[in-house]
Design a protein around this ligand. Sequence first.
Ligand SMILES: [Zn+2]
Length: 279
Amino acid sequence: MRARYLHVLLALSCLLALSSCVFVRGVDRGGVVLVRRSHPAMVKYGADTFEAHKKKYQISHEAKYVEPVARVSERLKQVIVKPEADWEFVIFKDDSANAFALSGGKVGIHTGLFAIIEDDDPRRSDALLAAVLGHEIAHATANHAEGRMYRALIVGALGASLWYGLEESGEAHSEAGVVAFGLLSYLADSLPLSRRQEYESDQIGALYMAKAGYDPRESIELWRRLDKYHTAVGGKELEKPAFLRSHPTNPRRIAALEEFMPTALRYYRPDARHIESTK
Ligand SMILES: [Zn+2]
């Protein structure tokens, strides 16, 4: 077999091994959450990035946003173990229904999300907000950004070794081999990893909701509402086939959450006064 194919095969088999083995689930079927400690460098990076974001974009201090976020995040924080996190929840003036989390416990919520979660029943609004915040907190406690960075470093090293291998064997078109590897690694590793992290955050977020006294079934309602919103707004992401998306499709994540719900409900404490009394 020609050297070029040997190098490509070796790099691809390493990639497949990485794809299938290295992802360590952050939550098991029994609902036990594995909290990963963040590297101090990532905590600093998250804090610095968040500070820059706060300077660049407008922050909302309106009570109709700040009060529910403070109320719900306080309850969620009491069921989370993440000693190195310095939790901060900031509302940004942005009409898109979005939220994000950075390493070290920094969470941003767009004002546009409140149109999705508002409800005549204030307890339901809080539960829907808990679903949003629980999902974002889960990204932070499961160290998802760090996981993606380590994987990118490993895949980069594999790509570099493939490059040197092809160059050393004097193969023509070695660039094409490395570009093909980069594309394959994106499709076979980066995108599936990102989707797995989304499913995982949905599940961990539902567990945090349940433990904090919010009905975890409202996380399914949140995704139903977001599905309607995404369908109405449209956009390029919705035009892509499922395997090209960085996030699972809404119907798939709703189905996955429904499947996980019996586990989340085992942790549900509707009467959360035991938590509130510790404030
Ligand atoms: Zn997410």
